[in-house]
Design a protein around this ligand. Structure first.
Ligand code: AP5
Length: 218
């Protein structure tokens, strides 16, 4: 059966870190809308140029652009068995759109929505120290989750860099945007019986264990 999982939570909660582990364990793609936008920005595509101005401010890219990009990604054959959606949906319009897209394009539906939480001070510390790999977006932290060799990705050897939108000012804006536009999805998915709350303020392996237990219980 297809397994479509939506990772919900504030910036820095660990959605991307956990989505990468789950995707490997479940052998399904990890679809991060942030990574897709950053890919387009590196390629300097029209979509990348449009997304850049919103991302630099810490605002959401408009729904119609984001929904079209995700729809195109989900139409690819590797998504037929399922996918981990990381950072999407982020608005009620996106949540409604994904239901239609999964029905039309994948003949599936969202099965589980882990809501990963952590205190605000933890979020800010994590994002201030985050390092991201240039090639594929693998994620590290200077002290909490360091690479084996400083400045180099363990997986593909590419350079690690600090995202521009991880500056203190933009992080504050991203957390505000999350509170205003994404938190309504907590009740949206709770009402549908899909939400599972996961305490993300623990070691990475412990969070993964809870997530895998939630997947198995589903
Ligand atoms: P995006 O890239 O999705 O950013 P985000 O949602 O703000 O999430 P983050 O990537 O910051 O955090 P995360 O929860 O994945 O944490 P991570 O695992 O990296 O989006 C960027 C921008 O793109 C948005 O602002 C918006 O403009 C645009 N965008 C994206 N999707 C969109 C959409 N659907 N609609 C419209 N616009 C959209 O971990 C953070 C750090 O903590 C890392 O250093 C990690 O090593 C460390 N860490 C993780 N877990 C632990 C742990 N348990 N213990 C210790 N350290 C940990």
């Amino acid at each position: 059966m297809s397994v479509y999982i939506v990772m919900l939570g504030p910036p820095g909660a660990g959605k991307g870190t956990q989505a990468a582990v789950l995707a490997k364990k479940l052998a399904i793609p990890h679809i991060s809308t942030g990574d897709l936008f950053r890919h387009h920005m590196r390629e300097k595509s029209e979509l990348g140029r449009l997304a850049q101005s919103f991302i630099d401010r810490g605002d959401l890219v408009p729904d119609e652009v984001t929904i079209a990009m995700v729809r195109e990604r989900l139409a690819q054959p590797d998504c037929r068995r399922g996918a981990i959606l990381d950072g999407f949906p982020r608005t009620t319009a996106q949540a409604e759109a994904i239901e239609h897209t999964l029905q039309d394009v994948c003949r599936g539906c969202v099965r589980l929505v882990p809501f990963v939480t952590a205190p605000a001070a933890t979020l800010v510390d994590r994002l201030a120290g985050r390092l991201t790999c240039r090639a594929k977006g693998h994620v590290y932290h200077r002290t909490l989750n360091p690479p084996r060799v400083a400045g180099t990705c363990d997986v593909d050897g590419s350079e690690l860099y600090q995202r521009d939108d991880d500056s203190e000012e933009t992080v504050r804006r991203r957390i505000q945007v999350y509170s205003e536009q994404t938190t309504p999805l907590i009740e949206y998915y709770r009402d549908k019986g899909m939400l599972v709350e996961i305490d993300g303020d623990r070691p990475i392996e412990d969070v993964t264990a809870d997530l895998m237990a939630a997947v198995k219980a589903d």
